[in-house]
Design a protein around this ligand. Structure first.
Ligand code: SIN
Length: 537
């Protein structure tokens, strides 16, 4: 039996805790409450090839196509092969996926086929860049909340120790191996938790940006701690912007599933603009739709574009999308009667701590799963509704490796460029190490909103050499203090912002979510990372 510390209580952390507790002594740690995670905000659902008109090969093909030439095919195969089995596990754990006919929540979406899925009469929706409808959902558009609720109940029932209001501040290393974590709690008390294995499941870092669909807790804490500890990271330039957040304070998500059901995007004169942008119009890949909206907003002096879902009808909208209906209403909008204003917002980080196909990082004893990790499965652009699935599948796999010898390949494999961003990098095959922010004693204090504005303006949907250099210079001049959890969050945002900007500077091409206005084309030097970076599963 090993002592295992798991940091983060979204789907990845909860699944790890439930699985690991069968054989190990588990402590689950979160800086907020146990239900505070990005998982809870997931709307559209979770993709898996569960229906007779679908196949694992088709799901793999869609995932790899979205990845824009730099994804790991092997990781995508693992994801799509093991996904259906893991969905059945979620059902066993009590997740009430919607069924056709409405036994649980809402049934058959958008006129898709009503054939039996492998799990019976599961309902499904369609989202952008999926070649068939394969997105399972629960409570209509409350999929994340349904998953979180069921898994938290299972963790409670299993009697797993949960430390809330306890923030990871740093990893504790001994002789290059992880030996636990340092923490800070809400009263300012510092402690150390010893562990034979640490699993980082800390999610993303949407708080890097002025506009984000992520909750307040998404500050890149696990990634920053891993960078400080010297863990290998990868693909940090690939940050996904969701095309449609409601253009109101807080930028709540308006699921892609709404466009999957037939809603359309309109300019300020009420005309559709996506058909002229891409053959798949509103269901084009996420990065294409997000940039098209941003360009349209520029043409209309920054005014948000409109999402018109009125044709779906009031009854269907409130039944299939109760959460978005509630959010609209709370903001004084009636989306059954009128188109609603939407704008892109930071949503998901494809890059992260480099892992193999079992969540193992370059530091022995340290695992990373979920959004904080990067196995290469999403490449430069994540396919809609693959994030919950990825967290689930790779969390499940990682637990099997606790206590096993650490393969030297996981630690020693040199970092390779996912695409070769410049001739110098192409020759060496190595990416520059991320530039770290100035030490805690140097630099000026900053306020978070200034960092968020800077990242939105210079390292957001559109990037240039000069803008990124401006961002790098300003970030290098800032420092954060370390007294409170909020101070630590600021410091972590500074660390991961600096690493992101450094990676974005190095990639002198446009690919997937990373768009360089000064290098608008994809580089012919780019290649797939497949099996270069990843030890075989
Ligand atoms: C959405 O519902 O549009 C978000 C789903 C995702 O990010 O995969």
């Amino acid at each position: 039996m090993s002592a295992v510390v798991i940091v983060g209580t979204g789907i990845a952390g909860l699944i790890c805790a439930l699985r690991a507790a069968e054989r190990h002594d588990v402590t689950l740690v979160t800086k907020a409450g146990v239900t505070d995670s990005a998982t809870r905000y997931a709307q559209g659902g979770i993709a898996a090839a569960m229906f007779p008109d679908d196949s694992v090969a088709s799901h793999v093909a869609d995932t790899v196509r979205a990845a824009a030439g730099v994804g790991s095919r092997r990781a995508a195969e693992i994801l799509c092969n093991e996904g259906p089995q893991r969905i059945l596990d979620l059902i066993r754990l009590g997740v009430p996926f919607d069924r056709v006919g409405g036994q649980e929540g809402v049934g058959g979406a958008g006129g898709v086929g009503r054939e039996q899925s492998v799990a019976g009469d599961l309902a499904r929706g369609r989202e952008a860049a999926h070649s068939v409808a394969r997105v399972l959902h629960a409570g209509g558009d409350a999929t994340g909340r349904a998953i979180e609720t069921a898994l938290v109940a299972a963790v409670r029932a299993a009697g797993i120790t949960v430390l809330e209001q306890t923030m990871l501040t740093d990893l504790a290393l001994t002789d290059g191996k992880v030996g636990g974590i340092h923490t800070l709690n809400a009263t300012g008390r510092r402690s150390m938790l010893r562990a034979d294995a640490v699993i980082l499941a800390t999610g993303g870092a949407g708080q890097l940006y002025r506009h984000t669909t992520n909750p307040a807790v998404s500050c890149g804490d696990g990634l920053a701690a891993a960078i400080r500890a010297g863990a290998a990271v990868r693909d940090l330039e690939f940050y996904q912007f969701h095309p449609t957040s409601l253009a109101v304070p807080g930028n709540p998500l308006v699921s892609e599933a709404v466009r999957g059901e037939g809603a359309v995007l309109l300019d300020d004169r009420g005309r559709r603009f996506m058909p002229a942008e891409h053959p798949d119009a509103e269901l084009a890949p996420r990065d294409v739709v997000a940039r098209a909206i941003a360009e349209q907003m520029q043409r209309q002096d920054g005014a948000p574009v409109l999402l018109d879902a009125t044709a779906l009808g009031r009854g269907y909208l409130s039944e299939r999308f109760p959460e978005i209906t509630r959010i609209c209403r709370a903001n004084g909008l009636d989306w059954a009667a009128d188109p609603v204003p939407v704008t892109p917002a930071a949503h998901y980080w494809m890059g992260g701590i480099r892992t193999d196909h079992f969540g193992r990082t370059s530091i022995p004893g340290l695992f990373a799963v979920g959004e904080v990790a990067c196995s290469g499965v999403h490449g430069a652009n994540r396919l809609a509704s693959n994030s919950l699935l990825e967290a689930l599948v790779f969390a499940w796999r990682s637990v099997a490796m606790i206590g096993e010898p650490w393969p030297s390949a996981a630690a020693d494999r040199p970092e390779r460029a996912a695409a070769l961003p410049s001739p110098a990098v192409a020759r060496s095959g190595r990416r520059p190490a991320p530039v770290l922010p100035s030490s805690a004693s140097a630099g000026d204090p900053f306020v978070r909103v200034d960092l968020q504005r800077l990242m939105w303006d210079e390292a957001g949907l559109y990037r240039t050499e000069s803008g990124l250099r401006t961002a790098a210079d300003r970030l290098a001049g800032w420092r954060a203090s370390t007294h409170t959890i909020a101070d630590r969050e600021d410091g972590n945002l500074l660390t991961v912002a600096t690493a992101l900007v450094s990676a974005a500077l190095a990639r002198r091409e446009s690919r997937g979510a990373h768009f360089r206005s000064d290098y608008p084309a994809a580089s012919s030097l780019a290649g797939s990372l497949d099996e270069l970076t990843h030890p075989a599963a």
